[in-house]
Ligand binder design. Structure first.
Ligand code: PEP
Ligand code: MG
Length: 748
């Protein structure tokens, strides 16, 4: 790098900093900056365009163009050369602007006489803020060093925009982080919440983008990188690393932390006048820009790792840790790119909602959010870039939509919706002690699903008759190693204690598929949902299953024990699992331990095959529980995790309801108790139709018990069955329209 240009960019930065340091209002400050840049770079024109909204750029300050065009000239993203710079996030440097593709003549600015054009994006960490342009009459290309200098200035401008340096009195020159934003993501957990943003990883603020003394800044950078390397080494030798994936991520960290290229680029930026943290951030911005363009998912992951590493480095340099000392706002809504289940559980129920940029319906965080009944929106693109700590936020978990800094009217309508839901909930509370008795006299048993100790208080609050499904995998997912028998026995015992004699059905470990234990060797399966999961793992590797069964037997000493095995596809699997449980009981008996007073052993019917099992299976099983989530995915061959297809088939589809009816009939033949514990049990209309097909026990989220009971108490099930049968006879694909129409005619 030639020495001259080095001092050029440094000189430019120093002048910029002086300009920024002088007290001025937003507009005045921008005017001074354009004047200073034009003067320093000896070019006739310098202009700053900022985004007015997501897709409109506005000329906000200029030196050299017609001053009357300021705040008048606007362009769409992608329009003209300025719009193209913004859209592609790459500079345009041309000696003959009018000949460039997309050049747009704007008479009001009087710009046709300028041939040379250099535009660079103003952006911060992948967020587009505007465009900085210099132009001159001489038809020449700007040198690489001039391009570099302007890019660095643009970056500092971006930092200053973030710090609100251009917000004038009453005049918002930059719309950044102030305007309402609507983000459409996906439903992770239903429910609505209003609150204030709490960033899991607060944005690092770089207050001093310009460095005075490159030597000092280089020293700071090198010291921070050293600290980073040590911390990565410590992580690698730490006992937490248990699986290959994790190891690989850390290896990548180590590779980057030791990469000369990465460090060299940052050192060069410091030489050119940036502070150490600004140099890190510049590198991070480049990474983010690349992240958006790389199609290969593996490479994108690695760029993610690099991004994480830059974050760590920035936090070391600025001393801004996760704990910034800021107080969590009231009604916090957690906003994060992603979060682990243990971290989410640590926040616990104090969160009103959770919004994630990544995540998936079956992710462990989603499992925890569901267990805690916290509304969750996933795949909320750009939320961590858009949201600032303390911003007002509305989370609509039902629609998978987030309103950030909402307009009053939107917030008002949302509040009405929440109020209506709360009112309905209080109406349901009055039903708590009443039976789920239909007008025809049929009584239904409503149970709740649980997975955490924290769920148990809902047993009394919701009016559930018991826990129809206790998912035991959370205790396994939340730990970095297999939990010990003693730990599990103590937990199951506490669950039974808090159930105060109500029935709790423990489902043995259902892992594999979407639920991968952090310490389990990842199985590279082409189709994990149909792969080595649940009871298949339990039977092939009986150690963990036996340990869990022992824990259950011990926890239930002196009281009844109910156990069910997940994902049974064949009678022989159930027989083997049942034998394992009985032999563990026998062992306990021989050891002289107190035994459960009774033992019920059931099977989850989650694959169509089990519906066709021999009659002896239904005789052997003490009860059968339909895992509707899995059963439906296999019935329609539609992946429950795949957004494209998961809502494609209606539960009220005639063929599926017919199938449910046949299962109910088979259980009735042998007097085998049957329940349904998938999500559909908690959807009032679906629940009604399942009951009409013969189900008498449903298990659902605690919050659904009220609405489901309310509806059951309003209807005559025999009549509903006739409506369903008529619709089927008439050749309907789904009975939903007929059922809805009939329901609308029922007295409130
Ligand atoms: C189901 O499949 O319906 C079920 C209850 O089990 P899970 O959702 O845990 O797979
Ligand atoms: Mg299942």
């Amino acid at each position: 790098m030639p020495e001259r240009s080095e001092s050029e960019s440094r000189k430019l930065l120093r002048r910029l900093r002086d300009t920024l340091a002088t007290p001025a209002k937003g507009q005045e400050r921008l005017d001074r900056i354009t004047h200073m840049i034009a003067d320093s770079m000896r070019t006739e024109v310098c202009s700053i365009y900022l985004f007015r909204d997501e897709s409109t750029l506005e000329l906000c300050a200029t030196e050299g163009l017609n001053p009357g065009a300021v705040h008048q000239t606007r362009m769409r993203l992608g329009e003209g050369l300025v719009g193209r710079v913004a859209k592609t996030s790459t500079p345009i440097n041309t000696g003959n602007a009018p000949a460039e593709r997309g050049f747009r003549f704007m008479p009001e600015t009087g710009e046709e006489i300028y041939s040379a054009f250099l535009g660079v994006p103003i952006q911060r960490l992948g967020e587009r803020l505007g465009v900085l342009v210099v132009q001159s009459k001489t038809a020449r290309q700007y040198s690489d060093d001039e391009v570099y200098a302007l890019e660095v200035v643009a970056m500092v401008l971006a930092e200053m925009t973030e710090l609100g340096a251009f917000i004038g009195e009453g005049e918002a020159l930059s719309a950044l982080h102030q305007q309402p934003v609507l983000i459409r993501g996906l439903t992770g957990q239903e429910g609505s919440a209003e609150g204030r943003v709490w960033l899991h990883e607060p944005r690092v603020v770089v207050a001093n983008p310009v460095g005075d003394d490159p030597k000092k800044e280089l020293k700071r950078l090198n010291k921070a990188v050293e600290e980073l390397r040590l911390s990565v080494d410590a992580m690698m030798s730490g006992s937490e690393i248990v699986d290959k994936d994790h190891q690989q991520v850390l290896e990548t960290y180590r590779m980057f932390a030791n990469s000369r290229g990465w460090l060299r680029r940052m050192e060069e930026d410091i030489q050119r006048g940036l502070s150490a943290e600004a140099a890190v951030e510049k590198e991070q911005s480049t990474t983010r820009a690349r992240m958006g363009q790389v199609p290969d998912p593996y490479l994108r992951e690695r760029l993610h790792d690099l991004d994480d590493l830059s974050n760590r480095l920035l936090r070391i340099l600025t001393g801004q840790g996760r704990d910034t000392g800021a107080a969590m706002p009231e009604n916090p809504v957690l906003v994060a790119r992603n979060i682990g289940p243990a971290e989410l559980l640590e926040y616990g129920r104090k969160l009103k909602g959770v919004v994630l940029e990544e995540g998936s319906v079956g992710s462990h965080a989603a499992v925890v959010a569901r267990a805690l009944a916290i509304p969750l929106v996933i795949h909320a693109e750009r939320i961590t870039t858009e949201a600032l700590n303390g911003d007002a936020i509305l989370v609509d978990g039902d629609q998978g939509v987030v309103h950030l800094r909402p307009e009053d009217t939107v917030a008002g309508a949302f509040r009405d919706k929440i109020a209506m839901q709360a009112e309905a909930q209080s109406r349901y509370a009055s039903l708590r002690e009443l039976p789920a008795l239909a007008t025809c006299g049929t009584q239904i048993s409503l149970h709740m699903n649980a997975g955490l100790m924290a769920d148990l208080p809902s047993l009394a609050g919701s009016g559930a008759e018991g826990v129809g499904l206790f998912r035991t995998e959370l205790q396994f997912l939340l730990r970095s190693r297999v939990p010990r028998r003693g730990e599990l026995a103590a937990l199951y015992s506490r669950v039974l204690d808090s159930a105060k004699g109500k029935r709790v059905v423990f489902r043995t470990l259902d892992i594999g598929s979407d639920k991968v234990l952090p310490y389990m060797k990842p199985q590279d399966e082409p189709n994990p949902a149909m792969g080595w999961r649940a009871i298949r793992v339990g039977l092939d590797k009986p150690g963990v299953m036996r340990m869990q069964l022992q824990a259950l037997i011990r926890a239930a000493a002196g009281r009844p024990l109910s156990v069910m095995f997940p994902f049974v596809a064949q009678m022989s699997e159930f027989e083997a699992a049942r034998r394992a449980l009985l032999s563990e009981i026998e062992r306990e008996r021989r050891a002289g331990h107190v035994l459960p007073t009774s033992t019920e052993i059931g099977a989850m019917l989650e694959t169509p095959s089990l519906a066709f099992a021999p009659r002896s299976f239904f005789e052997l099983a003490d009860f059968v529980s339909i895992g509707g989530n899995d059963l439906k995915q296999f019935f329609f061959a539609a992946d429950r995790e795949n957004e494209r297809v998961r809502r494609r088939y209606d539960t009220l589809d005639v063929s599926f309801l017919d199938f449910i009816g046949r299962i109910a009939d088979r259980c009735a033949e042998t007097n085998t108790p049957l329940s349904f514990c998938g999500e559909d049990a908690g959807r009032p209309i679906e629940a009604l139709c399942l009951i009409a097909m013969g189900l008498r026990t449903l298990s659902m989220r605690p919050a659904s018990i009220g609405p489901v009971k309310h509806l059951i108490r309003r209807v005559n099930l025999a009549e509903l069955r006739a409506v369903i049968d008529d619709a089927r006879e008439a050749g309907a694909l789904t009975v939903r329209p007929a059922v809805m129409e009939w329901l609308a005619r029922q007295p409130m």
